[in-house]
Design a protein around this ligand. Structure first.
Ligand code: HEC
Length: 175
């Protein structure tokens, strides 16, 4: 074989190898990204489940021992929490998430201030990747339902049902 032929053969072989490699790298990202998004949403579901979000943001979740399908999760709560702060309601997080992009949710939850019984201090301290996972899970559930009742100022009696907390006279911290 002449040097020119050998050289041509090497170039041809290199092109085939490059094509194969390029094809592979162009083809892999999509399934990877989809799998990552699924993993993130599954992690978000787990965090919502064990983070207790449903206890207050899903109607009757506790009363039914958590036996509520995920499609009905986080639609808000008509049962008020009454205390020195007035009356608060677990909000419809499906609608909240629908209004925010990922960056907006991360900034919002990192600095959230809310009335009791929302443990806002807990959400603020949650790792960013966990808050991101929760966002993707709720986002995948999609927007649904109607807004929860608006919070009431102290001294107003809400329509039942509500949970009234009789606390020491010292005002409870805001969050
Ligand atoms: C013990 C009850 C309780 C638990 C547990 C709880 N929340 Fe809340 N949450 C509330 C209440 C009540 C409000 C409304 C507070 C207000 O009116 O200021 C609220 C408000 C919020 C808000 C701000 C209002 C909005 O929709 O923009 C976010 C965000 C939120 N909760 C996310 C979560 C997430 C995520 C979890 C689980 C990790 C969680 N909450 C767990 C009771 C709870």
């Amino acid at each position: 074989m002449q040097t020119r032929q050998i050289f041509a053969l090497i170039v041809a072989l290199a092109s085939v190898l490059c094509l194969a490699a390029c094809h592979q790298s162009a083809a892999t990202p999509q399934p990877d990204t989809q799998a990552q998004a699924r993993d993130l949403a599954a992690r978000g579901e787990y965090l919502v489940r064990i983070g207790g979000c449903n206890d207050c943001h899903t109607q009757d979740y506790g009363a039914r021992g958590g036996d509520i399908p995920t499609s009905q999760w986080l639609l808000g709560n008509r049962e008020g929490f009454v205390g020195p702060w007035g009356t608060s309601y677990g909000t419809n997080l499906r609608l909240t998430v629908d209004r925010l992009d990922e960056a907006g949710w991360l900034a919002y939850t990192a600095t959230l201030q809310a009335r009791p019984l929302m443990p806002a201090y807990m959400l603020r301290q949650m790792h960013e990747e966990d808050r991101r996972a929760i966002y993707h899970f709720i986002r995948a559930l999609g927007p649904a339902g109607t807004p929860a009742p608006a919070a009431l100022p102290p001294g107003q009696t809400p329509a039942p049902p509500y949970l009234q907390l009789v606390l020491p006279t010292r005002e409870a911290p805001a969050s």
